[in-house]
Design a protein around this ligand. Structure first.
Ligand code: PEP
Length: 251
């Protein structure tokens, strides 16, 4: 059976005080859930305190980005080995905000993906089309290009140690969620695409949906056969909502 995961993406939000309150409530609200079903990806400066808070709980943690380089004169960058020092389980790579606002192309994303795996962490690889791309009917080509860059660089076998997040750009932070059918269609396409390389890898990979997942639509989305959980932005900052979403996504 595929591993289910609900991962929060805090983006550039939080403070030490707010994070403590949020995590206390999430830990309490998700009590009894299996370890690894629920995770939070937090800003770099909070990794140490989040590690202290979560290390003896059922919730795992990670970062939202990583450098493709292992070390050197790269001012402002953070390596995967550094994330490992804080026992991160995950690093998000290729989030659409990184692709569109910080110019990360699929080649760079693939290098970051490999850097994360080389450090023993699991990449959460984001793929997804813009509204214009959906409207012009090129969703499948866009997602294929984003996926193929990683398969070409790291090999299909690498997906055994990765999570994919399908995040239609038009649904991120907009309040406009893909319908369960729209999301399922692309998730199935992604899985079929991977199956062309390796059927077992395709069957086993966790594919999250992300894009305005809320407490009131998570269960419907997660009930679709190829949706294995969610990557949650805004709603992951509201403890009660995130708890509801985590519970909707548990095995
Ligand atoms: C995200 O940031 O990955 C995301 C899906 O955001 P939101 O849930 O706010 O749309």
């Amino acid at each position: 059976m595929r591993k289910k995961l609900v991962a929060g993406n805090w983006k550039m939000h939080g403070s030490l005080v707010q994070n403590n309150e949020l995590l206390d409530a999430v830990i309490a609200g998700t009590a009894g859930m299996r370890k690894g079903n629920c995770a939070v990806c937090v800003p770099y400066p909070y990794l140490s305190s989040v590690q202290s808070i979560l290390q003896s709980t059922h919730i795992t943690w990670g970062a939202q980005n990583v450098s493709q380089f292992s070390k050197g004169a790269y001012t402002g960058e953070v390596s995967a080995a550094m994330l490992n020092d804080f026992s991160c389980h995950y690093a998000i790579v290729g989030h659409s905000e990184r692709r569109s606002l910080f110019g990360e192309d699929s080649h760079t994303v693939a290098l970051k993906y490999t850097a994360v795996q080389n450090a023993g962490l699991m990449p959460i690889l984001c793929v997804g089309e813009s509204l214009q791309q959906r409207d012009t009917g090129v969703t499948q080509q866009v997602v294929t290009e984003q996926l193929d860059a990683v398969i070409g660089q790291a090999g299909v076998e690498s997906l055994r140690k990765a999570v994919i997040a399908y995040e239609p750009v038009w649904a991120i932070g907009t309040g406009e969620t893909a319908t369960p059918q729209q999301a399922q269609e692309v998730h199935a396409f992604i899985r079929e695409n991977i199956a062309k390389h390796d059927i077992a890898v395709a069957a086993g990979i966790t594919i999250l949906y992300g894009g305005s997942v809320k407490a009131n639509n998570a269960a419907e989305l997660f009930a679709m056969p190829d949706i294995d959980g969610g990557l949650i932005g805004g709603a992951s900052l509201i403890a009660e909502d995130f708890v509801t979403i985590c519970r909707a996504g548990q095995d």
